[in-house]
Design a protein around this ligand. Sequence first.
Ligand code: NAD
Ligand code: IPM
Ligand code: MN
Length: 359
Amino acid sequence: MKAHIVTLPGDGVGPEVTAATVAVLEAVAEHYDHGFRFSHHPIGGCAIDATGEPLPAATLDACRQADAVLLGAVGGPRWSDPEAKVRPEQGLLALRAALGVYANLRPLTVHPALAALSPLKNERLHEVDVVFVRELTGGAYFGAKTRSDETATDECRYTVAEVERVARRAFELARARRHHLTSVDKANVLETSRLWRSTVTRLSAEYPDVRLEHQLVDSMAMLLLTQPQRYDVVVTENLFGDILTDEAAALAGSLGLLPSASLGEGGRGLYEPIHGSAPDIAGQGVANPLGAILSAALLLRHSLGLDAEARAVESAVAQVLEHGPRSRDLGGQAGTAAVLDAVLVALADDAANHHAFFA
Ligand code: NAD
Ligand code: IPM
Ligand code: MN
């Protein structure tokens, strides 16, 4: 049976990086003899314009029936009036909640060839290899909201069960890596963080082989820049994870490089680069597609069980980072299409070697 991949290109540079990523997945299908079926659906601002809804029912239905969902980005100045009644971002949040994808994995590595692009000294970036596990369907994003002329509130709420399931993912991941888990919270101030810390600590009894440490989020923001090599797996709540991972992207050289996988209980996942719709460069054909392409590698690995193919995509991206061409955010001149072409060439070479080896 053909794997069904739903794509949600969205707004701004979303359609540009998604089109490049579909081309990479099509090349993977061709080289490794798989059949992928794609269907494209609106979400975010473009869906508001077409239907009045940021997540039309037909889009959600398609996602529920898919093996995996690939999303570009949503939002933009056109829909960002703070008084607007409906917003593109609501569509993405509703989708994450409806698919139950509570664990958002955001891997960070620093390619040696890009170390000079980071604001940090080269030696601090050597062998940085962290996976952030961001809780994705709870916290202030999903609590009750109120607004009157004089006051606004966003309730931040977590249950033990919500903390347990994401922490379990993080412990399991740490177990498969370097056995070190850092849990980030604000337990000196927030009640939700105290519940978080107690729950994670209790769970750690089941993972005696994993070294657990707790870190307050404010000092973590500093340590991420001064000692990034210290970290293996980092688990944190929704809003802290959002902020820390954009900060972490600066270590990699560009926000345009970081992928993500959002996973729940089943095999179906939601895959998206961590960057947004980049309104300042949208429509110019210059967006870096590599964060989206690396998200497709995570899709191959986590939803389709195609680890060798995932590694082939990652290695093709690594070769492009090493030899170029590079997009503007990485100090180069290349547009999205030229970067894509280079990835496709590297992928074809890799596949030819693979087939020669197994022939
Ligand atoms: P952004 O990530 O869109 O852009 C921040 C900066 O990074 C910009 O200078 C942009 O040009 C650059 N950048 C981002 N992606 C890039 C890429 N692939 N290649 C090259 N440069 C890239 O963040 P923002 O400006 O704060 O937000 C813009 C809009 O995107 C907002 O409406 C926000 O809600 C939305 N957003 C959506 C998602 C998502 O859909 N998952 C994520 C983040 C932000
Ligand atoms: C992200 C984005 C989203 C978030 C927005 C667009 C709702 O910033 O995926 O990191 O805050 O989760
Ligand atoms: Mn974000």
